[in-house]
Design a protein around this ligand. Structure first.
Ligand SMILES: [Zn+2]
Length: 281
């Protein structure tokens, strides 16, 4: 079975050869790979920017350049996305450069010190929509960004109804707000006349849902969303892919086959087809 991991993170030290080696060892054919975040240094530690600073142009560009270099090793297997701080006044320009000049496939965003519905975000949404690329958002409780989960509630993303050609995903099935998340999916589904094939919100199912909640979340998501919009992901790093991916694959396989009872065609959609539609170029 072909496997496309929709959600893998770089730490900025990777090279393309090692990433491909890790994918082969993990049994993964293709990945969406996020750049390192343009962190701020404080006392020798990498920390989020907080309310009073944002990433510099150089920091954004360094993230774009690193992930573009990794992707260039094999752009048919490694789909690079830049994880940026959208509060930077250079965000739109640097993203456009990353996509047009360096061939990146989209961007990754974690709302922190900004809400998805802030008007400040609209030029970036419009640019990605115009470029025909994707935004992969975090949603749900967020670990590692301090007091910022309130920015990531699923309902905050309903504003994207105003960008009708923008394809986007929300990660972690919004855990612990799975029901709210699925209701938001319903809103995007209804906006295209209840046509799943036209629905441009995609569900990034990478864990976030701890194992004890995952079966319940998938039992709700599979029938409501359909496997055509449900994407497999690990939220691993290339260095941990070999160790983590087989565990995630077998856990999801057993939930989908044994608890929910999906067909082989639905499994193929979950592990490959949904992401292929999402990343369509
Ligand atoms: Zn992640």
């Amino acid at each position: 079975m072909r496997i496309w991991d929709c959600h893998v993170h770089c730490d900025g030290t990777e090279n393309g050869k090692d990433v491909l080696k890790a994918m082969d060892a993990a049994g993964i054919e293709r990945i969406n790979l996020f750049s390192n975040y343009p962190w701020r240094e404080e006392g020798g530690r990498k920390v989020p920017h907080g309310p009073s600073s944002y990433a510099s142009r150089e920091a954004l560009r360094a993230c774009v350049e690193h992930i573009a270099g990794v992707q260039a090793t094999d752009p048919s297997r490694i789909y690079g996305l830049a994880w940026i701080d959208p509060r930077s006044p250079y965000a739109v320009e640097e993203v456009e450069r990353g996509v047009v000049d360096r061939g990146l496939r989209g961007i990754k965003l974690i709302p922190d010190q900004w809400f998805p519905y802030d008007e400040m975000m609209f030029p970036l949404y419009a640019k990605i929509e115009e470029l025909g690329k994707v935004i992969m958002f975090h949603s749900g409780i967020v670990y590692g960004f301090g007091d910022s989960s309130r920015y990531c509630k699923p309902v905050n993303f309903e504003v994207l109804l105003n960008f009708p050609k923008l394809r986007f995903s929300l990660a972690h099935i919004g855990w612990p707000w799975v029901d709210e998340y699925l209701a938001v999916f319903g809103s995007f589904w209804s906006s295209v006349g209840y046509d799943k094939e036209k629905t441009r919100m995609f569900v990034d199912t990478c864990p976030g849902t701890p194992d004890a909640w995952r079966t319940d979340a998938m039992r709700k998501a599979v029938p409501f969303v359909g496997t055509g919009r449900l994407m497999f992901g690990t939220d691993a790093h290339p260095k941990s892919l070999e160790r983590n991916a087989p565990r995630h694959i077998s856990r999801d396989l057993s939930i989908l086959r044994e608890v929910i009872g999906v067909s082989q065609g639905q499994l193929d959609e979950f592990f490959w087809g949904a992401c292929e539609k999402f990343m369509a170029e």
